[in-house]
Design a protein around this ligand. Structure first.
Ligand code: TSX
Ligand code: MN
Length: 591
């Protein structure tokens, strides 16, 4: 078949689908997005005119805008998010499932006429560097100009993506409408067998920017399994040592553990003086696949950061703060008297307007910014953005890090003995909830590989997929577990965290290079504290014991719970993982 014929047919498929959607949704206009500055300027002007965007202080925050969402539409809706596979067991106990026919019928009636009076935007996008073989394309149809503006920042959107789709012929179809924003008529449907997403009734990021969680995580998880790669909820960072060698690390954490902060970490002064440098590849999603040399090579499929604003400050994340001084869309933050964006934890000023647009003063009892308020900004604005982030072949991963927020039991860091043990460490991950997430504080939630809300198929099959990477010729990264949140008896954090986490990263790289020993225990290899650089860190005796020690009785109880949790995934659980869990439980019981 000629090149011409193939490209014609893939565009035909796209045109045909756009036509079908238009006939159903009945928009007044159709606009094909090219991603140009002219197009974006016109969209912004239109959103300023109708109040969708509010211009922020041009002197302090040039080209930056505030969007206030509907007050009932401020977060992802997991209870309304479905994976629609023909066989229910393929979605697994970790997903809400609906039969594809029923889901399609239900969505068809919601989309019927929903774009009357509105413009329908056709948004071609590429997840990952436009020239990377690891990247994957999609097209989002949406009636929200706010979604278009955000997709332009978060993905490679427009003409170049359309050209790649034309070449490749396959793309993920995403259909989105904000609808009437009725919380009872809101659904996020995934059809992985058809590479399709349908999202109705929400304009919020994770529900509406379909390239991100819906495509790059849930749908891509199916493609990854089928094609032999890993689709993960991980940040990627580079660590350059004084010799000029760079190692790359991918890390998965549940929400509220500071993933974006770790991705943009600034090393302590002593490290900087010695020549250590951290660079950021991504803060949320990682696609990785084995290269010819057997190592895993990773790309960040995203082009920007959709970060939580509250808590972002000069102390917690100077690189993020520098990134969002210009060219940023803020969603649901508060505003100061001189029209600057503001959120809890930024600084000591008191804003005059809260996230709903109401007057605010120091006597208020509610937070001024919504706890899930966000910034959307291009990764190119980040001072630590890696020059290798756009490398088509990806970056080689030396270590994978899992982590969670655990006040007790779990030490600062340990290393998995081997790949199978590491997969168990990831599968057993858990974190204690913070008020921001649920209202219930300190409740343990299991969140395997931080993928609980994002793995589009049965977790048992997902663990099996992970195990399958351990094969002859593979040069797999070492796997570690960290906990920045261990507390003492007095309730205080024992580890300083933030930039000082560099010390833990350095130990990991020593292990990777075979330059440090470790203390072998049933839960994995613990550092000998002398191998961790603690210059300038004051730790009490209690802190040393709890951060670097190992409590056999406590871990025996933890492993009982892990065993019970993994049983929820039933008969499809891989024997190797059950075996590893049983073996460690036994070792813990005999001391
Ligand atoms: O992001 C965090 N990281 C990772 C940084 C690279 N946070 C913030 C979590 C909320 C998103 C942390 N919070 C970290 C951490 O390592 N550690 C802690 C706990 C902590 C909080 C405050 C102090 C120490 C530890 N100390 C003072 O405030 C003085
Ligand atoms: Mn995330």
């Amino acid at each position: 078949m000629s090149e011409y014929k193939r490209s014609a047919s893939s565009l035909d498929a796209l045109n045909q689908w756009v036509l079908e959607v238009a006939q159903l949704a009945k928009p007044d206009r159709i606009h094909w997005c090219d991603g140009s500055d002219v197009e974006n300027d016109a969209l912004v002007a239109q959103m300023l005119a109708d109040g969708t965007l509010i211009k922020l202080n041009e002197r302090t925050h040039p080209d930056s805008y505030l969007h206030r969402s509907h007050p009932d539409d401020v977060a992802r809706v997991e209870h309304l998010t479905f994976v629609c596979t023909s066989d229910r067991d393929d979605a697994g106990p970790n997903n809400h499932w609906m039969a594809p026919d029923q889901a399609r019928q239900q969505m068809k009636s919601l989309f019927d006429g929903c774009m009357k009076g509105r413009t329908m935007y056709v948004v071609p996008y590429c997840m990952g560097p436009i020239d990377s073989p690891l990247s994957r394309c999609g097209v989002e149809i949406t009636d929200s100009p706010y979604v278009v503006a955000n997709m332009r920042i978060m993905t490679r959107m427009g003409a170049a993506a359309l050209a790649r789709i034309e070449r490749e012929g396959s793309f993920v179809k995403g259909l989105h409408s904000t609808g009437e924003l009725d919380p009872d008529r809101r659904f996020i449907m995934h059809f992985p067998e058809d590479l399709e997403i349908q999202s109705f009734g929400s304009g919020y990021g994770g529900n509406a920017l379909l390239g991100k969680k819906c495509h790059a995580l849930r749908i891509a998880s199916h493609q990854a399994r089928k094609e032999g790669w890993l689709d993960e909820h991980m940040l990627i960072l580079g660590i350059e040592n004084p010799k000029g060698e760079t190692h790359y690390v991918a890390a998965a954490f549940p929400s509220a553990c500071g993933k974006t902060n770790l991705a943009m970490l600034i090393p302590p002064e002593g490290y900087r003086k010695d020549g250590w440098k951290i660079s950021t590849i991504g803060d949320d999603i990682c696609w990785m696949r084995p290269g010819k040399d057997g190592r895993l090579y990773a790309i960040n499929p995203e082009a920007g950061f959709f970060g939580v604003a509250p808590g972002t400050s000069e102390k917690s994340n100077p690189n993020a703060l520098a990134s969002i001084q210009q060219n940023t869309i803020f969603t649901n933050v508060a505003v100061t008297d001189d029209n600057q964006p503001w959120w809890e934890g930024l600084d000591k000023r008191v804003p005059v307007t809260d996230w709903k647009g109401n007057a605010y003063d120091a006597s208020a009892t509610h937070p001024a910014a919504h706890p899930n308020s966000r910034f959307t900004v291009s990764a190119k604005e980040c001072p630590s953005y890696s020059p290798h982030a756009e490398d088509a072949q990806g970056v080689p991963i030396s270590a994978i890090v899992f982590g969670g927020r655990r006040a007790s039991l779990v030490p600062l860091v340990f290393e998995a003995r081997d790949w199978t043990h590491g997969v168990l460490v990831g599968a057993a991950m858990g974190s204690e909830t913070t008020a921001a997430a649920t209202g219930a504080v300190g409740v343990m939630r299991r969140d395997p590989m931080a993928m609980k809300p994002f793995c589009g198929y049965n977790f048992a099959d997902y663990f099996d997929h992970w195990l399958s990477f351990d094969k002859p010729g593979a040069k797999l990264p070492k796997i570690f577990h960290v906990n920045w949140f261990r507390k003492g008896e007095g309730g205080d954090f024992l580890w300083p965290g933030f930039g000082d986490n560099m010390r833990v990263l350095e130990w990991m790289l020593k292990r990777v290079d075979g330059a440090a020993g470790a203390v072998e225990t049933p839960i994995g290899n613990l550092p000998d504290p002398v191998d961790i650089n603690l210059d300038g860190v004051e730790l009490t005796a209690e802190a040393r014991e709890k951060l670097f020690g190992y409590d056999r009785a406590g871990w025996a109880s933890e492993f009982e719970h892990i065993g019970e949790y993994l049983q929820e995934y039933g008969a499809r659980m891989p024997d190797a993982l059950n075996g590893e869990q049983t073996r460690i439980t036994h070792e813990l019981s005999i001391g």
